[in-house]
Write a protein of this length. Structure first.
Length: 157
């Protein structure tokens, strides 16, 4: 069975921050948006422009996740000593990148896209806790806040 092709969801540009209980607000990191395909112990990272991305050490580590197959949507980032993403570090290849996972779309033969986002994030949390990928796999954490206050947090205001 082939894993389905997934195109990462695009960001929606708005003029100003807003509050809406129907939305989940998360921090945005500077990195390469990617879909991670894991199947039979191999990992492929694909950009939103459908280019194969080469981060061999990250791919080898992600391939060790305890799954038969999975599709993860996320961002490849390099973090500084304060946990802030550094985009240029991806080009310099001086630091090991991590995969900042935003969503779990497929797991062990099951398409999860019809599940509510919160349920997919709960399953992602369990996968992250199951181990097998120490140091390369991080997941976004939901902020118990609304858009306007998250913007203030992110901007330091």
């Amino acid at each position: 069975m082939l894993l389905p092709h997934i195109k990462p969801m695009s960001l929606r540009l708005v003029r100003e921050a807003f509050d809406d209980p129907a939305y989940v607000f998360e921090l945005k990191h500077d990195g390469f948006r990617a879909v991670c395909y894991i199947k039979n112990g191999e990992c492929r990272l694909v950009s939103r422009n459908l280019r194969n991305l080469r981060f061999e050490s990250l791919q080898k580590t992600l391939a060790r996740l305890p799954v038969r197959d999975a599709i993860l949507d996320g961002e490849i980032i390099c973090l500084d000593q304060n946990g802030v993403s550094q985009f240029n570090a991806l080009f310099e290849r001086g630091k090991e990148p991590v995969f900042y996972v935003l969503d779990l779309l497929w797991l062990d033969g099951t398409d999860l896209k019809e599940l509510h986002l919160i349920e997919r994030k709960n399953r992602l949390s369990k996968l992250a806790q199951s181990g097998g990928c120490t140091g390369c796999f991080t997941r976004s954490t939901l902020r118990n806040t609304v858009g306007i206050s998250l913007e203030k947090f992110a901007c330091g205001t």
